[in-house]
Ligand binder design. Structure first.
Ligand SMILES: Cc1cc2nc3c(=O)[nH]c(=O)nc-3n(C[C@H](O)[C@H](O)[C@H](O)COP(=O)(O)OP(=O)(O)OC[C@H]3O[C@@H](n4cnc5c(N)ncnc54)[C@H](O)[C@@H]3O)c2cc1C
Length: 275
């Protein structure tokens, strides 16, 4: 059942899914699933997996970059250790003129994630990160990261957060999304607008027209298996669309977040279970 959102447990399956997306005119970001690893050995294994992904992308001539999570690369153990791991991955990415996107996790990691990204970026610019519009702090983070010339992916945010740090109401999250999108789009830096929400997409297209931001100066990003109709429509309309393709054995937390953000998905799960 997780196959709806996850390409498979092995890299080969992710590569096949990436090729299919490329063939349909879509870009890809490959994500080797995993988070909150408990040992340095596990974190090093994850780093090696990411090095291999960049090698495979180059060998297979795919139009794909890579997304990772810092708690998979040892952030819970030490920021310095994690930074060294990320730097080695970014250097591999840079050697292929490719790019590493650091996903944003729960708010207890936001500050540390941004710090690691900034420090690595000072040595190699082939790295960017993610901003979540549900966090109050995000406007400040966008301002700050724009000064560093950092590429950002804007999303709404997928973790359960308390009202002390995040807007509890969807309408406020959406309003902040539009506000942040309007800061990012005309910044002259290439950003990713990650959403399946037609209202956010319409606001982005409107803003691009107003500020004369051309279709190749930003990209839409969507998750593998979500709103494939919308993905295709945007490609047909000439927009750049990147599909986030997760794979790997540690798919459970990712799958649960996808179920949690849309109650209808739980119905889908239950129906399939009994079938
Ligand atoms: C490329 C990409 C990368 C992301 N990276 C991160 C990250 O690093 N950190 C983070 O916290 N979050 C990340 N997210 C998740 C994001 O924060 C949201 O949780 C998720 O995208 C749902 O928000 P939405 O903008 O689609 O709007 P919503 O208002 O939640 O959804 C709009 C519509 O999209 C469709 N939809 C949305 N989610 C689903 C689903 N799971 N199943 C089926 N249909 C769905 C439905 O039709 C829904 O009505 C990422 C999302 C994308 C697209």
């Amino acid at each position: 059942m997780s196959h709806r959102f996850v390409a498979g447990e092995e890299l080969d399956e992710a590569i096949a899914a990436a090729r299919a997306c490329n063939d349909q005119g879509m870009l890809v970001s490959l994500d080797y699933l995993g988070e909150n690893v408990a040992t340095t050995e596990d974190a090093q294994r994850a780093r090696d997996a990411y090095l291999e992904v960049f090698d495979r992308i180059a060998a297979e001539k795919l139009n794909a970059n890579v997304s990772c999570k810092l708690t998979q690369l040892g952030l819970d153990m030490s920021a310095e250790f994690c930074e060294g791991q990320v730097l080695s991955i970014v250097e591999r990415a840079a050697s292929y003129e490719n790019f590493l996107r650091v996903d944003m996790e729960g708010s207890i990691y936001t500050e540390r994630t941004i710090d690691v990204v900034k420090r690595v970026r000072a040595k190699s610019p082939a790295i960017g990160t993610v901003i979540q519009s549900y966090l109050y702090r995000s406007e400040q983070d966008v301002q700050d990261l724009l000064e560093y010339g950092c590429r950002m992916r804007l999303c709404k945010g997928a973790y359960k957060e308390p009202p002390e740090v995040a807007f509890p109401k969807k309408e406020d999250v959406d309003a902040n999304y539009v506000k942040l999108m309007r800061m990012l789009l005309p910044s002259g830096i290439y950003h990713g607008i990650a959403t399946h929400d037609p209202k956010m997409i319409a606001a982005t297209i409107k803003c691009a027209a107003e500020k004369t931001v051309s279709k190749d100066e930003f990209e839409f990003q969507m998750l593998y298996g979500v709103r494939t109709d919308l993905q295709r429509r945007l490609v047909r309309d000439g927009f750049r669309v990147r599909i986030y393709i997760p794979y790997g054995r540690d798919w459970f937390p990712y799958f649960m977040r996808r179920l949690a953000e849309r109650p209808a998905n739980v119905g889908f799960l239950v129906r399939n279970f009994f079938r």
